[in-house]
Design a protein around this ligand. Structure first.
Ligand code: PMP
Length: 428
């Protein structure tokens, strides 16, 4: 908070495509998609038009006992594009709430099935799932959760398959596979008391953009089946093409029991989220009123029609334009332009999964000694980039590119050039 005494807030007047413009007319490339939400640029004509048209029709209505066309259409579309087996949608209004829904629904499923002993969750070290108490409980980044530890659920954490930790010469696949031993052992010991395993498929975004191999997800799906535990895929950050495929789970060819989506769901326009699940889980709640098995989780703004209309317009762009194919070109461009950073004396790793590229700055490459967090090297990159008209917002010592998909190769070149100079200045 006190930083702003010397680093004033930037008042934003407008957005257009990849650009954000402040009140003084300065323009910045939004190279992090405004916290990973904005996938098709700011003020996209199609999404704007969809929301405006919906606004004149119906802004919001109670979603209990009532329904509306945008919600029905969106549910049908989501079921069509998400992994097979996901056939039920529950709407909320942000990512953390979508995670809360998944946790509660999983717990409640087992309760409705008479398994009252299942009360805990397994998650991965270095994971992040949101800021509300339940979501924070299954996260593992100390910065976010340490203060609130006394308030949180007693989650079990397995070793992260994060490949930054791998021994030189070991492949990503071998490393992630080896790390699965920790999960398998925990499942074996605790399955009776565990409702679900929750993971961020392939990229632990808030956990310094650490990445792992899809084999981990395949092993996890099989183990969850074996031990009778749900699998919750939190694709809030990696969904909607960010990881290279529409959903990251596709790269492991798996279907989770729950999938949480938000951020890019509305093109980054609206506070809106959905938790998808299977018919098997839905049926465990479907009973006569007196049995009191229904899922009670009633957000005022559930199913908001404006959110649905933004999401429908976003899905329409995916359906009518070769978004994922174009992203492959952009991803390669990001890769090629940053490839030489591997030799930088203070860059430990340049890693990439689809439209996420992360550069990890390090104090000593040989001993893998990180820069102390107090030195705030990332802040130097942030400040320098702003002076050059680029919004980069490193996480600790990790500088990353997560641009809207409407960025051009020339604009990527500009972002990379600024990132490189920023890194040089921050590590000298
Ligand atoms: N899960 C993941 C993987 C996320 O990256 C985030 C947001 N960064 C959340 C959950 C929480 O979403 P929200 O900020 O909308 O509550």
């Amino acid at each position: 908070m006190k930083d702003h005494e010397t680093l004033p807030l930037i008042p934003v007047r407008k957005g257009s495509g990849i650009w954000i413009e402040d009140m003084d007319g300065n323009r910045y490339i939004d190279a992090i998609s405004s916290w990973w939400v904005n996938i098709f640029g700011h003020c996209h004509p199609q999404i704007n038009a969809a929301i405006k048209s919906q606004l004149d029709q119906l802004e919001h209505v109670i979603f209990a006992g009532f329904t509306h066309e945008p919600a029905v259409n969106l549910s049908e579309k989501l079921i069509g594009i998400t992994p097979p087996g996901l056939s039920r949608c529950f709407y909320a209004d942000n990512g953390s709430s979508a995670v809360e829904v998944a946790l509660k629904m999983s717990f409640h499923y087992w309760r409705n099935r008479g398994q009252h002993n299942k009360t805990r969750f397994i998650s991965l070290e270095n994971s992040y799932h949101g800021e509300t108490i339940g979501a924070l409980s299954v996260g593992n980044v100390p910065l976010y959760k340490e203060t609130y530890a006394p308030l949180l659920l007693d989650t079990i954490f397995a070793k992260s398959p994060d490949c930054f930790d791998r021994v030189p010469g070991v492949s990503w696949e071998a490393h992630s596979r080896e790390r699965f031993a920790s999960m398998e052992a925990i499942l074996k010991q605790h399955a009776d008391e565990v409702c679900a395993v929750i993971v961020e498929p392939l990229v632990q975004c808030a956990g310094n953009m650490r990445m792992y191999h899809p084999v981990y997800l395949s092993l996890l799906r099989a183990a969850c089946d074996k031990y009778d535990v749900h699998l919750i895929a939190d694709e809030i950050a990696v969904g909607f093409g960010r990881s290279g495929t529409m959903f990251a789970c596709e790269q492991a060819n798996i279907s989770p029991d729950f999938m949480c989506l938000s951020k890019g769901l509305t093109g980054g326009y609206m506070p809106f989220s959905v938790t998808l699940t299977t018919d098997k889980i839905y049926q465990a709640f479907y009973d006569d009123y007196e049995n009191l098995t229904a899922f009670l989780h009633s957000h005022s703004f559930t199913g908001n029609p404006l959110g649905c209309s933004a999401a429908l317009a976003t899905l329409d762009i995916f359906a009518t334009q070769p978004v994922l194919e174009n992203n492959q070109v952009l991803s390669k461009c990001m890769h090629d332009l940053t490839a030489d950073l591997v030799d930088h004396p203070h860059v430990a790793e340049v890693r990439q999964r689809g439209m996420i590229l992360a550069i990890e700055m390090i104090k000593d490459k040989k001993s893998r000694t990180p820069f102390p967090w107090q030195e705030r090297r990332g802040l130097t990159v942030y400040q320098y980039a702003l002076t050059q008209g680029v919004l980069l917002r490193p996480i600790g010592n990790v500088v990353y590119l997560m641009p809207p998909y409407v960025i051009t190769p020339d604009e990527i070149a500009k972002v990379v050039e600024v990132a490189k100079t920023g890194i040089a200045r921050a590590t000298q």
